[in-house]
Design a protein. Structure first.
Length: 292
């Protein structure tokens, strides 16, 4: 019997064998559909891409295009951003450093600067413009805070030479009160403009193009009057108003861009130029009014 059974097994009808194989095939097909990790992963990955694209379209544009503050297109949020407190402290520290360098130049470098200005004025102006231009390029083009700070120094030194000569000239002519008054007014105006720019950032950011065009026209007019030997006192008042606006504009811009160390150094450099020019013009206005 067992042999016959074996014969039966060996001669088993394929159709009868198929009935055992078909359930297995059905189970296998279900396995393929249910447990195929590649197909599941691919479906989940496709769904993830859909969510990712939706997120990028909804939120990415908010960070790549800043249209709410009137400033225009700004850089996307960067990974190396710092807190607002650290950001403002760096701006204040870099500004303070620049002013201390100027004080040092007033106290200890006046003789050397004056000798260079009188003995070789062409070299003086070459050094002035070369350092200033290179410094501005380094600050604006570099994303490295160390390089930007080096450029900041190249801006501080030439402006500091002008401040050192001007301040010492007023001291020697008995205008110490003019210097103190100009310094106090500059400090108050700077704080007021920063406060206003913090309260009304959109307004100050919208002034960028107007300030730039007005400053360019003012510089051209001042150069023309200089070469023809003519002096227009009203230009000093226009420049004071311009740099008051620039302090507000640059402060509003500093708070509109990503808060990184490099941007803090760049913003401090722009504010330093505004404040230094405001101080120089206020000294001239006050000295002129004291003469009259």
């Amino acid at each position: 019997m067992s042999y016959n059974d074996n014969n039966g097994y060996n001669n088993y009808d394929p159709n009868n064998y198929g009935q055992y194989n078909n359930p297995y095939g059905q189970y296998n097909g279900q396995n393929n559909a249910q447990y195929d990790p590649y197909n599941q992963s691919n479906a989940q990955y496709t769904q993830y891409n859909q969510y990712n694209n939706q997120y990028s379209m909804q939120y990415g544009n908010q960070y790549s295009t800043n249209t709410g503050n009137g400033y225009g297109v700004s850089a996307p949020v960067q990974a190396d951003e710092i807190s607002a407190q650290k950001y403002n402290l760096i701006i204040g520290g870099v500004l303070l450093y620049g002013f201390l360098v100027n004080v040092f130049m007033i106290q200890f470098c006046f003789d050397a600067i004056f000798d260079l200005m009188i003995g070789n004025p062409i070299l003086f102006y070459i050094l002035y413009f070369a350092m200033a231009i290179i410094g501005v390029v380094m600050v604006n083009k570099s994303q490295n805070p160390v390089v930007s700070f080096a450029g900041y120094n190249l801006i501080v030194i030439p402006i500091g030479m002008v401040i050192a000569v001007t301040v010492n000239a007023y001291i020697m002519t008995g205008y110490e009160t003019v210097i103190v008054s100009a310094f106090a007014i500059t400090a108050v105006v700077t704080l007021v403009m920063m406060f206003l720019a913090s309260v009304f950032p959109n307004f100050f950011l919208s002034l960028g193009r107007t300030l730039g065009i007005t400053l360019l026209v003012t510089v051209v007019i001042e150069l023309i009057t200089f070469f023809i030997g003519m002096e227009l006192g009203i230009i000093d008042y226009v420049v004071v108003l311009l740099f008051c606006g620039y302090i507000g504009f640059d402060w509003a811009k500093a708070n509109a861009i990503p808060k990184t160390v490099d941007n803090a150094v760049d913003s401090a450099a722009e504010l330093y130029v505004d404040i230094a020019n405001l101080f120089l013009r206020l000294m001239r206005i006050l000295a002129r009014s004291q003469n009259n």
